[in-house]
Design a protein. Structure first.
Length: 95
């Protein structure tokens, strides 16, 4: 149980750092802004997934479990849309 907690905390810290980094890159509106946005959403989704799994390992009241499940759903939606944005950004442009 301790190793799972440590692994989830490391994942949360790394994905938080990646979220901040790609957010800064996306705000600069460079050539690959959409790709940076997709990586930002992906790392944010991973952060939410790790946080919700970490919360679900505790004994929580029903309201806490509902809150953790909502965070899990938000993480899944972020991962889905990051993959969708990345596919859209990597399509070749038609001339």
């Amino acid at each position: 149980m301790v190793t799972l907690t440590l692994i989830l905390i490391v994942i949360m810290i790394l994905s938080l750092c990646c979220t901040v980094y790609f957010s800064i890159i996306y705000r600069r509106k460079g050539a690959n802004a959409l790709i940076s946005r997709s990586y930002m959403n992906l790392s944010m989704g991973i952060l939410f997934l790790a946080l919700s799994i970490h919360l679900l390992t505790f004994k929580l009241p029903i309201l806490g479990k509902i809150f953790a499940t909502l965070i899990l759903l938000i993480g899944i939606v972020n991962v889905y849309y990051s993959i969708k944005i990345k596919r859209f950004a990597e399509q070749p442009t038609k001339k």
